[in-house]
Design a binder for this molecule. Structure first.
Ligand SMILES: C[S@@+](CC[C@H](N)C(=O)[O-])C[C@H]1O[C@@H](n2cnc3c(N)ncnc32)[C@H](O)[C@@H]1O
Length: 614
Protein backbone atom coordinates (compact mmCIF):
# COMPACT_ATOMS: atom_id res chain seq x y z
CA UNK A 1 0.00 0.00 0.00
CA UNK A 2 1.11 3.57 -0.54
CA UNK A 3 2.35 5.61 2.39
CA UNK A 4 -0.06 8.29 3.65
CA UNK A 5 1.08 11.88 4.15
CA UNK A 6 0.64 12.79 7.82
CA UNK A 7 -1.73 15.72 8.13
CA UNK A 8 -0.71 16.45 11.70
CA UNK A 9 2.05 18.80 12.80
CA UNK A 10 5.42 17.33 13.75
CA UNK A 11 5.23 14.86 16.64
CA UNK A 12 7.60 16.50 19.10
CA UNK A 13 7.27 13.80 21.76
CA UNK A 14 8.30 11.11 19.31
CA UNK A 15 11.25 13.28 18.30
CA UNK A 16 12.48 13.64 21.88
CA UNK A 17 12.13 9.92 22.64
CA UNK A 18 14.14 9.27 19.49
CA UNK A 19 16.96 11.45 20.87
CA UNK A 20 16.96 9.56 24.18
CA UNK A 21 17.10 6.26 22.26
CA UNK A 22 20.07 7.49 20.27
CA UNK A 23 21.94 8.52 23.40
CA UNK A 24 21.00 5.56 25.63
CA UNK A 25 19.83 2.63 23.52
CA UNK A 26 20.06 0.41 26.61
CA UNK A 27 17.23 2.21 28.43
CA UNK A 28 14.64 1.48 25.75
CA UNK A 29 12.93 -1.87 26.09
CA UNK A 30 9.95 -2.82 23.93
CA UNK A 31 9.68 0.77 22.74
CA UNK A 32 9.30 2.20 26.27
CA UNK A 33 11.81 4.09 28.40
CA UNK A 34 13.01 2.34 31.53
CA UNK A 35 13.42 5.23 33.96
CA UNK A 36 15.08 3.14 36.67
CA UNK A 37 17.83 2.25 34.24
CA UNK A 38 18.19 5.83 33.04
CA UNK A 39 18.49 6.92 36.68
CA UNK A 40 21.27 4.37 37.23
CA UNK A 41 23.16 5.48 34.13
CA UNK A 42 23.00 9.15 35.05
CA UNK A 43 24.00 8.43 38.68
CA UNK A 44 24.92 11.55 40.61
CA UNK A 45 23.32 13.86 38.06
CA UNK A 46 19.81 12.70 38.97
CA UNK A 47 17.93 14.85 41.45
CA UNK A 48 15.80 12.42 43.44
CA UNK A 49 14.49 14.87 46.02
CA UNK A 50 11.21 16.70 45.75
CA UNK A 51 12.77 20.03 46.65
CA UNK A 52 14.47 21.62 43.72
CA UNK A 53 15.22 25.02 42.26
CA UNK A 54 12.72 25.66 39.50
CA UNK A 55 9.79 27.83 38.58
CA UNK A 56 6.48 26.19 39.27
CA UNK A 57 2.92 27.39 38.81
CA UNK A 58 -0.63 26.12 38.60
CA UNK A 59 -1.14 24.35 35.28
CA UNK A 60 2.51 23.84 34.32
CA UNK A 61 1.94 20.17 33.49
CA UNK A 62 -1.02 21.03 31.27
CA UNK A 63 1.13 23.64 29.53
CA UNK A 64 3.72 20.96 28.77
CA UNK A 65 1.00 18.65 27.45
CA UNK A 66 -0.23 21.49 25.22
CA UNK A 67 3.07 21.32 23.37
CA UNK A 68 2.62 17.65 22.67
CA UNK A 69 -0.86 17.91 21.17
CA UNK A 70 -0.34 17.91 17.42
CA UNK A 71 -2.19 20.41 15.29
CA UNK A 72 -4.16 19.33 12.27
CA UNK A 73 -4.61 22.88 11.05
CA UNK A 74 -3.11 24.42 7.95
CA UNK A 75 -2.28 27.80 6.44
CA UNK A 76 -4.14 28.83 3.32
CA UNK A 77 -2.70 31.46 1.00
CA UNK A 78 -4.81 34.56 0.35
CA UNK A 79 -3.24 35.75 -2.85
CA UNK A 80 -5.43 38.78 -3.49
CA UNK A 81 -4.64 40.20 -0.04
CA UNK A 82 -0.91 39.71 -0.57
CA UNK A 83 1.56 41.97 -2.39
CA UNK A 84 3.92 40.47 -4.98
CA UNK A 85 2.97 36.95 -3.84
CA UNK A 86 5.11 35.11 -6.41
CA UNK A 87 8.33 36.98 -5.79
CA UNK A 88 8.45 37.88 -2.12
CA UNK A 89 9.74 35.77 0.76
CA UNK A 90 8.06 37.81 3.49
CA UNK A 91 5.07 36.26 5.21
CA UNK A 92 2.17 37.53 7.29
CA UNK A 93 0.05 34.85 8.97
CA UNK A 94 -3.29 35.56 10.56
CA UNK A 95 -3.99 33.12 13.36
CA UNK A 96 -3.30 31.99 16.90
CA UNK A 97 0.44 31.73 17.26
CA UNK A 98 0.37 28.48 19.26
CA UNK A 99 -1.28 26.58 16.41
CA UNK A 100 0.81 28.35 13.80
CA UNK A 101 4.08 27.65 15.63
CA UNK A 102 3.10 23.98 15.70
CA UNK A 103 2.31 23.96 12.00
CA UNK A 104 5.64 25.64 11.19
CA UNK A 105 7.67 23.01 13.08
CA UNK A 106 8.14 20.68 10.08
CA UNK A 107 9.20 23.37 7.62
CA UNK A 108 11.02 25.90 9.77
CA UNK A 109 12.75 23.72 12.38
CA UNK A 110 16.18 25.33 12.90
CA UNK A 111 15.71 27.91 10.10
CA UNK A 112 15.02 31.18 11.94
CA UNK A 113 17.94 33.44 12.82
CA UNK A 114 16.18 35.85 15.13
CA UNK A 115 12.90 36.04 17.01
CA UNK A 116 11.60 39.30 18.40
CA UNK A 117 8.39 39.25 20.40
CA UNK A 118 6.43 41.80 22.33
CA UNK A 119 3.83 39.62 24.08
CA UNK A 120 0.97 40.89 26.26
CA UNK A 121 2.62 42.22 29.44
CA UNK A 122 -0.12 40.87 31.72
CA UNK A 123 -1.05 44.27 33.01
CA UNK A 124 -4.61 43.13 33.67
CA UNK A 125 -6.01 44.92 30.62
CA UNK A 126 -4.45 42.88 27.87
CA UNK A 127 -6.45 39.89 26.89
CA UNK A 128 -5.08 36.39 26.83
CA UNK A 129 -6.34 34.05 24.18
CA UNK A 130 -7.74 30.88 25.78
CA UNK A 131 -5.77 27.73 25.01
CA UNK A 132 -7.76 24.67 25.68
CA UNK A 133 -5.30 21.93 25.20
CA UNK A 134 -7.91 19.37 24.16
CA UNK A 135 -9.71 21.67 21.74
CA UNK A 136 -6.73 23.56 20.34
CA UNK A 137 -7.48 24.50 16.76
CA UNK A 138 -11.23 24.16 17.34
CA UNK A 139 -11.11 26.93 19.93
CA UNK A 140 -9.43 29.15 17.40
CA UNK A 141 -11.95 28.35 14.68
CA UNK A 142 -14.79 29.32 17.00
CA UNK A 143 -12.95 32.43 18.10
CA UNK A 144 -12.26 33.60 14.58
CA UNK A 145 -15.83 32.87 13.50
CA UNK A 146 -14.80 30.09 11.14
CA UNK A 147 -17.15 27.70 12.89
CA UNK A 148 -20.36 28.84 14.43
CA UNK A 149 -20.42 29.33 18.15
CA UNK A 150 -22.33 32.30 19.43
CA UNK A 151 -20.82 34.49 22.09
CA UNK A 152 -17.32 33.05 22.25
CA UNK A 153 -15.90 35.09 25.11
CA UNK A 154 -12.49 36.68 25.25
CA UNK A 155 -11.11 37.20 28.69
CA UNK A 156 -8.65 39.72 29.96
CA UNK A 157 -6.41 38.45 32.70
CA UNK A 158 -7.43 40.60 35.64
CA UNK A 159 -6.56 40.25 39.29
CA UNK A 160 -10.14 39.10 40.01
CA UNK A 161 -9.80 36.01 37.83
CA UNK A 162 -7.08 34.85 40.28
CA UNK A 163 -3.99 32.96 39.19
CA UNK A 164 -2.87 36.05 37.38
CA UNK A 165 0.72 34.95 36.83
CA UNK A 166 -0.11 31.29 36.24
CA UNK A 167 -2.46 32.09 33.39
CA UNK A 168 0.17 34.17 31.67
CA UNK A 169 2.89 31.57 32.21
CA UNK A 170 0.60 28.86 30.80
CA UNK A 171 0.17 30.98 27.71
CA UNK A 172 3.87 31.75 27.29
CA UNK A 173 5.50 28.41 28.11
CA UNK A 174 4.41 26.33 25.11
CA UNK A 175 4.92 29.22 22.70
CA UNK A 176 8.48 29.90 23.82
CA UNK A 177 9.24 26.19 23.77
CA UNK A 178 8.03 25.81 20.18
CA UNK A 179 9.74 29.03 19.17
CA UNK A 180 13.12 27.78 20.38
CA UNK A 181 12.83 24.77 18.07
CA UNK A 182 12.55 27.11 15.11
CA UNK A 183 15.78 28.96 15.91
CA UNK A 184 19.01 28.05 14.18
CA UNK A 185 21.88 27.00 16.43
CA UNK A 186 23.36 30.46 15.84
CA UNK A 187 20.02 32.14 16.45
CA UNK A 188 18.84 34.58 19.11
CA UNK A 189 15.60 35.66 20.76
CA UNK A 190 14.68 39.11 22.11
CA UNK A 191 11.57 39.48 24.27
CA UNK A 192 10.06 42.80 25.33
CA UNK A 193 8.53 42.89 28.80
CA UNK A 194 7.89 45.24 31.73
CA UNK A 195 7.96 44.95 35.52
CA UNK A 196 4.76 42.87 35.72
CA UNK A 197 6.34 39.68 34.40
CA UNK A 198 10.04 40.31 33.93
CA UNK A 199 11.00 38.08 36.85
CA UNK A 200 8.84 35.19 35.67
CA UNK A 201 9.89 35.60 32.08
CA UNK A 202 13.54 35.37 33.08
CA UNK A 203 12.87 32.09 34.94
CA UNK A 204 10.86 30.80 32.00
CA UNK A 205 13.57 31.62 29.47
CA UNK A 206 16.22 30.15 31.79
CA UNK A 207 14.22 26.93 31.84
CA UNK A 208 13.57 26.77 28.10
CA UNK A 209 16.82 28.17 26.70
CA UNK A 210 19.14 27.22 29.57
CA UNK A 211 20.45 29.70 32.11
CA UNK A 212 23.85 29.49 30.42
CA UNK A 213 22.39 31.02 27.25
CA UNK A 214 21.24 34.21 28.93
CA UNK A 215 22.88 37.14 27.15
CA UNK A 216 21.47 40.39 28.49
CA UNK A 217 18.59 42.19 30.17
CA UNK A 218 18.40 45.34 28.11
CA UNK A 219 16.79 48.42 29.62
CA UNK A 220 14.93 50.50 27.05
CA UNK A 221 14.01 54.10 27.79
CA UNK A 222 10.42 54.17 26.57
CA UNK A 223 9.48 57.71 27.69
CA UNK A 224 11.30 60.80 28.84
CA UNK A 225 8.37 62.64 30.35
CA UNK A 226 7.62 62.40 34.07
CA UNK A 227 4.15 61.28 35.15
CA UNK A 228 3.42 63.49 38.11
CA UNK A 229 0.41 61.37 39.01
CA UNK A 230 2.66 58.33 39.70
CA UNK A 231 2.17 57.04 43.24
CA UNK A 232 5.82 56.08 43.76
CA UNK A 233 8.04 56.28 40.71
CA UNK A 234 7.21 57.37 37.20
CA UNK A 235 8.20 54.43 34.96
CA UNK A 236 10.49 55.42 32.17
CA UNK A 237 11.80 52.05 31.00
CA UNK A 238 10.95 48.51 29.98
CA UNK A 239 13.16 45.48 29.40
CA UNK A 240 14.21 43.35 26.47
CA UNK A 241 15.52 39.95 27.48
CA UNK A 242 18.06 38.42 25.14
CA UNK A 243 18.92 34.70 25.02
CA UNK A 244 21.06 32.89 22.47
CA UNK A 245 19.93 29.49 21.23
CA UNK A 246 23.53 28.57 21.96
CA UNK A 247 26.25 30.81 23.32
CA UNK A 248 29.83 30.49 22.14
CA UNK A 249 32.02 29.05 24.89
CA UNK A 250 35.38 27.29 25.16
CA UNK A 251 33.67 23.95 24.52
CA UNK A 252 31.18 25.35 22.02
CA UNK A 253 32.74 27.02 19.04
CA UNK A 254 29.51 27.51 17.21
CA UNK A 255 26.67 29.68 18.37
CA UNK A 256 25.21 33.13 18.17
CA UNK A 257 27.71 35.90 17.36
CA UNK A 258 26.58 39.40 18.14
CA UNK A 259 27.35 42.08 15.59
CA UNK A 260 28.95 45.39 16.39
CA UNK A 261 26.80 48.45 15.81
CA UNK A 262 27.76 50.71 12.95
CA UNK A 263 29.98 53.52 14.13
CA UNK A 264 27.82 56.46 13.36
CA UNK A 265 29.87 59.46 14.37
CA UNK A 266 33.07 59.55 12.34
CA UNK A 267 33.14 63.38 12.28
CA UNK A 268 36.20 63.52 14.54
CA UNK A 269 38.28 61.74 11.88
CA UNK A 270 39.87 63.72 9.02
CA UNK A 271 42.96 63.68 6.82
CA UNK A 272 44.47 67.20 6.69
CA UNK A 273 47.99 65.91 5.83
CA UNK A 274 46.86 63.41 3.17
CA UNK A 275 48.09 60.50 5.26
CA UNK A 276 48.11 57.41 3.01
CA UNK A 277 46.49 55.47 5.89
CA UNK A 278 43.36 57.57 5.55
CA UNK A 279 41.40 59.67 8.08
CA UNK A 280 42.71 59.89 11.64
CA UNK A 281 42.10 61.75 14.85
CA UNK A 282 44.66 62.84 17.47
CA UNK A 283 44.75 60.76 20.65
CA UNK A 284 46.74 61.45 23.84
CA UNK A 285 49.78 59.27 24.47
CA UNK A 286 49.29 59.19 28.22
CA UNK A 287 46.46 57.92 30.40
CA UNK A 288 45.25 57.87 33.99
CA UNK A 289 45.53 54.10 34.36
CA UNK A 290 48.84 52.78 35.68
CA UNK A 291 51.11 51.26 33.07
CA UNK A 292 54.71 50.41 33.83
CA UNK A 293 56.41 52.00 30.81
CA UNK A 294 58.73 54.82 31.91
CA UNK A 295 60.88 56.64 29.37
CA UNK A 296 61.66 60.08 28.01
CA UNK A 297 60.58 61.53 24.67
CA UNK A 298 62.75 64.05 22.85
CA UNK A 299 60.71 66.39 20.65
CA UNK A 300 62.17 67.58 17.29
CA UNK A 301 62.50 71.06 18.90
CA UNK A 302 64.82 69.49 21.51
CA UNK A 303 62.37 69.59 24.44
CA UNK A 304 62.69 66.47 26.61
CA UNK A 305 59.42 65.18 28.07
CA UNK A 306 59.03 62.90 31.07
CA UNK A 307 55.68 61.27 31.74
CA UNK A 308 53.30 63.88 33.19
CA UNK A 309 53.01 63.81 37.00
CA UNK A 310 50.22 61.40 38.13
CA UNK A 311 49.79 60.06 34.58
CA UNK A 312 51.24 57.12 32.68
CA UNK A 313 52.54 56.51 29.19
CA UNK A 314 49.90 54.63 27.28
CA UNK A 315 52.31 52.92 24.89
CA UNK A 316 55.61 51.09 25.20
CA UNK A 317 58.80 52.91 24.20
CA UNK A 318 59.05 50.62 21.16
CA UNK A 319 55.58 51.52 19.95
CA UNK A 320 56.29 55.23 20.28
CA UNK A 321 59.57 54.87 18.37
CA UNK A 322 57.75 53.08 15.54
CA UNK A 323 55.04 55.74 15.53
CA UNK A 324 57.69 58.48 15.20
CA UNK A 325 59.30 56.62 12.28
CA UNK A 326 55.91 56.15 10.58
CA UNK A 327 54.87 59.79 10.83
CA UNK A 328 52.10 58.96 13.32
CA UNK A 329 53.04 61.60 15.89
CA UNK A 330 51.73 65.18 15.99
CA UNK A 331 54.39 67.02 17.97
CA UNK A 332 52.67 70.29 18.83
CA UNK A 333 54.33 73.53 19.92
CA UNK A 334 56.88 74.12 22.70
CA UNK A 335 56.69 71.69 25.60
CA UNK A 336 53.16 70.48 24.84
CA UNK A 337 52.69 66.73 24.92
CA UNK A 338 52.52 65.12 21.47
CA UNK A 339 49.49 63.20 20.23
CA UNK A 340 49.35 59.94 18.29
CA UNK A 341 47.23 59.45 15.18
CA UNK A 342 44.37 56.99 15.63
CA UNK A 343 43.31 55.79 12.19
CA UNK A 344 39.66 55.17 11.35
CA UNK A 345 40.64 51.96 9.57
CA UNK A 346 42.26 50.59 12.75
CA UNK A 347 39.48 51.20 15.23
CA UNK A 348 37.10 48.31 15.66
CA UNK A 349 34.74 48.68 12.74
CA UNK A 350 31.80 49.16 15.04
CA UNK A 351 30.61 49.67 18.57
CA UNK A 352 29.90 47.03 21.17
CA UNK A 353 26.23 47.43 22.10
CA UNK A 354 25.48 48.52 25.65
CA UNK A 355 22.56 47.20 27.73
CA UNK A 356 21.05 50.65 28.12
CA UNK A 357 18.99 51.60 25.07
CA UNK A 358 18.33 55.33 25.30
CA UNK A 359 15.56 56.95 23.30
CA UNK A 360 18.16 58.69 21.14
CA UNK A 361 19.58 55.29 20.28
CA UNK A 362 16.40 53.22 19.87
CA UNK A 363 13.44 55.59 19.73
CA UNK A 364 10.64 55.73 22.30
CA UNK A 365 6.87 55.23 22.64
CA UNK A 366 6.15 58.66 21.20
CA UNK A 367 8.12 57.80 18.08
CA UNK A 368 6.26 54.48 17.79
CA UNK A 369 2.93 56.35 17.91
CA UNK A 370 4.05 58.93 15.37
CA UNK A 371 5.24 56.30 12.92
CA UNK A 372 1.90 54.48 12.98
CA UNK A 373 -0.05 57.71 12.72
CA UNK A 374 2.05 58.92 9.79
CA UNK A 375 1.58 55.64 7.96
CA UNK A 376 -2.13 55.01 8.55
CA UNK A 377 -3.29 58.59 9.01
CA UNK A 378 -5.12 58.25 12.33
CA UNK A 379 -4.24 58.67 16.00
CA UNK A 380 -4.41 55.97 18.69
CA UNK A 381 -4.98 53.02 16.38
CA UNK A 382 -3.00 50.79 18.73
CA UNK A 383 -1.73 51.16 22.29
CA UNK A 384 2.04 51.71 22.42
CA UNK A 385 3.32 50.34 19.11
CA UNK A 386 7.10 49.95 19.38
CA UNK A 387 9.29 52.36 17.40
CA UNK A 388 10.77 50.60 14.35
CA UNK A 389 14.19 51.98 15.32
CA UNK A 390 14.19 49.74 18.42
CA UNK A 391 13.62 46.64 16.31
CA UNK A 392 16.22 47.81 13.78
CA UNK A 393 18.79 48.03 16.57
CA UNK A 394 18.07 44.44 17.62
CA UNK A 395 18.26 43.29 14.00
CA UNK A 396 21.60 45.07 13.55
CA UNK A 397 22.96 43.31 16.64
CA UNK A 398 21.40 39.93 15.97
CA UNK A 399 21.33 39.08 12.27
CA UNK A 400 23.02 39.11 8.89
CA UNK A 401 21.67 40.52 5.67
CA UNK A 402 19.74 37.52 4.36
CA UNK A 403 18.34 36.03 7.55
CA UNK A 404 14.76 35.12 8.46
CA UNK A 405 13.27 37.03 11.39
CA UNK A 406 10.10 35.91 13.19
CA UNK A 407 7.67 37.96 15.28
CA UNK A 408 4.74 35.90 16.53
CA UNK A 409 3.03 38.66 18.54
CA UNK A 410 3.18 41.00 15.57
CA UNK A 411 0.62 43.66 16.61
CA UNK A 412 0.85 46.46 14.06
CA UNK A 413 3.65 44.67 12.20
CA UNK A 414 6.46 46.94 13.37
CA UNK A 415 9.04 44.19 12.84
CA UNK A 416 8.04 43.93 9.17
CA UNK A 417 8.24 47.72 8.85
CA UNK A 418 11.76 47.72 10.35
CA UNK A 419 12.95 44.97 8.00
CA UNK A 420 11.50 46.43 4.80
CA UNK A 421 13.16 49.76 5.50
CA UNK A 422 16.47 48.14 6.40
CA UNK A 423 16.46 46.21 3.13
CA UNK A 424 16.87 49.48 1.26
CA UNK A 425 20.59 48.84 1.99
CA UNK A 426 20.50 45.95 -0.51
CA UNK A 427 19.98 43.30 2.17
CA UNK A 428 17.54 40.43 1.78
CA UNK A 429 16.22 39.99 5.33
CA UNK A 430 12.90 38.19 5.42
CA UNK A 431 10.09 38.36 7.97
CA UNK A 432 7.42 36.04 9.26
CA UNK A 433 4.74 37.88 11.24
CA UNK A 434 1.98 36.07 13.11
CA UNK A 435 -0.99 37.98 14.46
CA UNK A 436 -4.33 36.89 15.91
CA UNK A 437 -7.43 38.43 14.30
CA UNK A 438 -8.10 40.03 17.69
CA UNK A 439 -11.17 42.23 17.23
CA UNK A 440 -10.58 45.94 17.76
CA UNK A 441 -12.75 47.39 20.52
CA UNK A 442 -16.20 48.77 19.67
CA UNK A 443 -15.96 52.56 19.42
CA UNK A 444 -12.15 52.55 19.39
CA UNK A 445 -10.19 54.73 16.97
CA UNK A 446 -9.15 51.61 15.08
CA UNK A 447 -12.77 50.47 14.65
CA UNK A 448 -13.79 53.98 13.58
CA UNK A 449 -11.02 53.93 10.99
CA UNK A 450 -12.46 50.71 9.56
CA UNK A 451 -10.13 48.09 11.03
CA UNK A 452 -12.13 45.19 12.42
CA UNK A 453 -9.14 43.27 13.72
CA UNK A 454 -5.52 43.89 14.72
CA UNK A 455 -4.33 41.61 11.93
CA UNK A 456 -6.01 44.03 9.49
CA UNK A 457 -4.01 46.90 11.01
CA UNK A 458 -0.83 44.85 10.61
CA UNK A 459 -1.55 44.11 6.95
CA UNK A 460 -2.49 47.74 6.26
CA UNK A 461 0.71 49.04 7.88
CA UNK A 462 2.97 46.73 5.91
CA UNK A 463 1.13 47.57 2.67
CA UNK A 464 1.62 51.27 3.37
CA UNK A 465 5.34 50.83 4.13
CA UNK A 466 5.72 49.04 0.80
CA UNK A 467 3.81 51.76 -1.02
CA UNK A 468 6.03 54.46 0.53
CA UNK A 469 9.24 52.65 -0.37
CA UNK A 470 8.01 52.20 -3.94
CA UNK A 471 7.00 55.86 -4.20
CA UNK A 472 10.41 56.97 -2.96
CA UNK A 473 12.04 55.08 -5.83
CA UNK A 474 14.01 52.89 -3.43
CA UNK A 475 12.17 49.65 -4.11
CA UNK A 476 14.02 46.36 -4.31
CA UNK A 477 13.61 42.78 -5.46
CA UNK A 478 11.46 40.72 -3.11
CA UNK A 479 9.49 43.63 -1.65
CA UNK A 480 5.98 42.50 -0.66
CA UNK A 481 4.37 39.82 1.51
CA UNK A 482 2.49 36.57 1.18
CA UNK A 483 -0.63 36.54 3.34
CA UNK A 484 -1.82 33.28 4.92
CA UNK A 485 -4.70 32.40 7.22
CA UNK A 486 -4.83 29.66 9.81
CA UNK A 487 -7.68 27.24 9.22
CA UNK A 488 -8.62 23.59 9.60
CA UNK A 489 -7.03 21.03 7.31
CA UNK A 490 -8.27 20.96 3.72
CA UNK A 491 -8.76 17.25 4.25
CA UNK A 492 -11.40 15.59 6.35
CA UNK A 493 -9.56 13.90 9.16
CA UNK A 494 -10.58 10.32 9.76
CA UNK A 495 -12.20 10.06 13.18
CA UNK A 496 -11.20 6.54 14.24
CA UNK A 497 -12.83 6.93 17.64
CA UNK A 498 -16.22 7.74 16.11
CA UNK A 499 -15.93 5.10 13.42
CA UNK A 500 -15.32 2.40 16.00
CA UNK A 501 -18.42 3.35 18.02
CA UNK A 502 -20.99 1.55 15.90
CA UNK A 503 -21.58 0.40 12.32
CA UNK A 504 -23.66 3.49 11.48
CA UNK A 505 -20.83 5.83 12.44
CA UNK A 506 -18.40 3.70 10.47
CA UNK A 507 -20.67 3.90 7.42
CA UNK A 508 -20.93 7.68 7.87
CA UNK A 509 -17.16 8.08 8.09
CA UNK A 510 -16.71 5.93 4.98
CA UNK A 511 -19.30 8.02 3.11
CA UNK A 512 -17.48 11.22 4.08
CA UNK A 513 -14.26 9.77 2.81
CA UNK A 514 -15.38 9.00 -0.72
CA UNK A 515 -14.19 12.54 -1.24
CA UNK A 516 -11.91 13.55 1.60
CA UNK A 517 -11.51 17.22 0.64
CA UNK A 518 -13.42 19.87 2.60
CA UNK A 519 -15.90 21.86 0.58
CA UNK A 520 -14.84 25.24 -0.78
CA UNK A 521 -11.08 24.60 -0.68
CA UNK A 522 -9.00 25.44 -3.74
CA UNK A 523 -6.18 23.49 -5.39
CA UNK A 524 -3.74 26.16 -4.16
CA UNK A 525 -4.98 25.69 -0.58
CA UNK A 526 -4.34 21.96 -0.89
CA UNK A 527 -0.97 22.46 -2.51
CA UNK A 528 0.29 24.65 0.33
CA UNK A 529 -0.95 22.19 2.94
CA UNK A 530 0.92 19.37 1.23
CA UNK A 531 4.05 21.54 1.07
CA UNK A 532 3.87 22.46 4.75
CA UNK A 533 3.18 18.96 5.90
CA UNK A 534 6.01 17.54 3.86
CA UNK A 535 8.44 20.04 5.39
CA UNK A 536 8.70 22.64 2.59
CA UNK A 537 8.82 26.33 3.37
CA UNK A 538 5.96 28.63 2.42
CA UNK A 539 8.38 30.48 0.17
CA UNK A 540 9.82 27.49 -1.67
CA UNK A 541 9.54 27.81 -5.44
CA UNK A 542 6.25 26.50 -6.89
CA UNK A 543 5.91 25.87 -10.65
CA UNK A 544 2.96 24.52 -12.60
CA UNK A 545 4.66 22.08 -14.91
CA UNK A 546 1.80 21.25 -17.24
CA UNK A 547 -0.62 23.93 -18.40
CA UNK A 548 -3.43 21.39 -18.80
CA UNK A 549 -2.91 19.45 -15.63
CA UNK A 550 -2.83 20.11 -11.89
CA UNK A 551 0.80 19.14 -11.71
CA UNK A 552 3.23 21.16 -9.63
CA UNK A 553 6.96 21.06 -9.05
CA UNK A 554 8.14 22.31 -5.67
CA UNK A 555 11.69 23.57 -5.09
CA UNK A 556 12.98 22.67 -8.55
CA UNK A 557 11.64 19.13 -8.55
CA UNK A 558 12.35 18.07 -4.98
CA UNK A 559 8.65 17.30 -4.77
CA UNK A 560 6.04 16.86 -7.47
CA UNK A 561 2.41 17.17 -6.43
CA UNK A 562 -0.47 15.98 -8.63
CA UNK A 563 -3.90 17.28 -7.71
CA UNK A 564 -5.74 15.71 -10.67
CA UNK A 565 -8.95 13.87 -9.80
CA UNK A 566 -7.95 11.00 -12.07
CA UNK A 567 -4.56 9.44 -12.37
CA UNK A 568 -3.52 6.92 -15.04
CA UNK A 569 -0.55 4.94 -16.26
CA UNK A 570 0.60 7.65 -18.71
CA UNK A 571 0.73 10.30 -16.04
CA UNK A 572 2.71 8.03 -13.76
CA UNK A 573 5.21 7.28 -16.52
CA UNK A 574 5.60 11.00 -17.15
CA UNK A 575 6.32 11.70 -13.49
CA UNK A 576 8.86 8.90 -13.22
CA UNK A 577 10.65 10.41 -16.21
CA UNK A 578 10.83 13.75 -14.38
CA UNK A 579 12.43 11.91 -11.48
CA UNK A 580 11.52 14.04 -8.45
CA UNK A 581 12.78 13.05 -4.99
CA UNK A 582 9.20 12.73 -3.84
CA UNK A 583 5.75 12.43 -5.42
CA UNK A 584 2.41 13.08 -3.72
CA UNK A 585 -1.07 12.71 -5.21
CA UNK A 586 -4.66 12.44 -4.04
CA UNK A 587 -5.62 8.99 -2.85
CA UNK A 588 -9.06 9.40 -4.41
CA UNK A 589 -7.45 9.89 -7.84
CA UNK A 590 -6.99 6.10 -8.09
CA UNK A 591 -10.75 5.57 -7.88
CA UNK A 592 -10.28 2.29 -6.07
CA UNK A 593 -8.25 0.76 -8.89
CA UNK A 594 -6.18 -1.34 -6.52
CA UNK A 595 -4.09 -2.92 -9.26
CA UNK A 596 -3.04 0.47 -10.67
CA UNK A 597 -2.15 1.67 -7.18
CA UNK A 598 -0.08 -1.42 -6.35
CA UNK A 599 1.81 -1.10 -9.62
CA UNK A 600 2.38 2.59 -9.01
CA UNK A 601 3.84 1.90 -5.57
CA UNK A 602 6.22 -0.66 -7.09
CA UNK A 603 7.27 1.54 -9.99
CA UNK A 604 8.10 4.49 -7.77
CA UNK A 605 9.98 2.24 -5.39
CA UNK A 606 12.03 0.85 -8.24
CA UNK A 607 12.77 4.38 -9.50
CA UNK A 608 13.90 5.43 -5.99
CA UNK A 609 11.16 8.06 -5.64
CA UNK A 610 9.31 8.47 -2.34
CA UNK A 611 5.60 8.14 -3.08
CA UNK A 612 2.79 9.24 -0.77
CA UNK A 613 -0.93 9.83 -1.10
CA UNK A 614 -3.17 12.15 0.79
C1 LIG B 1 2.02 44.08 22.76
S1 LIG B 1 1.27 43.72 21.28
C2 LIG B 1 2.57 43.75 20.10
C3 LIG B 1 2.79 45.11 19.52
C4 LIG B 1 3.82 45.17 18.43
N1 LIG B 1 5.14 44.91 18.90
C5 LIG B 1 3.81 46.54 17.80
O1 LIG B 1 4.66 47.34 18.10
O2 LIG B 1 2.91 46.82 17.01
C6 LIG B 1 0.89 42.01 21.41
C7 LIG B 1 0.09 41.49 20.26
O3 LIG B 1 -0.01 40.07 20.36
C8 LIG B 1 -1.27 39.68 19.87
N2 LIG B 1 -1.59 38.35 20.42
C9 LIG B 1 -1.99 38.03 21.67
N3 LIG B 1 -2.20 36.70 21.77
C10 LIG B 1 -1.91 36.16 20.56
C11 LIG B 1 -1.93 34.84 20.03
N4 LIG B 1 -2.31 33.82 20.78
N5 LIG B 1 -1.56 34.65 18.74
C12 LIG B 1 -1.17 35.70 17.97
N6 LIG B 1 -1.14 36.98 18.41
C13 LIG B 1 -1.50 37.21 19.68
C14 LIG B 1 -2.21 40.75 20.37
O4 LIG B 1 -3.36 40.79 19.55
C15 LIG B 1 -1.35 41.99 20.23
O5 LIG B 1 -1.57 42.61 19.00
Amino acid sequence: MSEKLSLKSKDLLEERIKYIKQLFPEVVTEGKINFEKLRLILGEEVNGTKERYELNWVGKNEAIKTIQVQSSGTLIPVIDESINFDKTENIIIEGDNLEVLKILQRSYYGKIKMIYIDPPYNTGNDFIYPDNFKEGLNDYLKYSGQINEQGFQLSSNTETTGRLHSKWLNMMYPRLFLARNLLRDDGVIFVSIDDHEVKNLRYLLDEIFGEENFVAEIVWEKVHTRKNSAKYFSDSHEYILCYAKRKITKENEEGWVRNLLPRENTDAYSNPDNDPNGPWKPDPIYANNPYDADYEIVKPNGVVLKRPPGKYWRYSEKTIKEAIENNRIIWGEGDSYPMIKRYLKDVQDGLVPVTLFTREFAGDNALGNDELKNLLGAEKLFPYPKPSKLIQRLIQIGTNEDDIILDFFAGTGVTGDAILNMNKDGGNRKFILIQLPEPTKEGSAAREAGYKTISEICKARISKVIQKIEESGKSFEGIGFKFFKLTSSNFKIWDGEKASQNPDELAEQLRLFVNNIQEGRTKTDILYEIMLKSGFMLTDKVEKIDQNKELYSIKDGDLIVCLEDFIDKDLITKIIELHPKQFICLDSAFHNQDQLKTNTVLEFKEAGIVFKTV
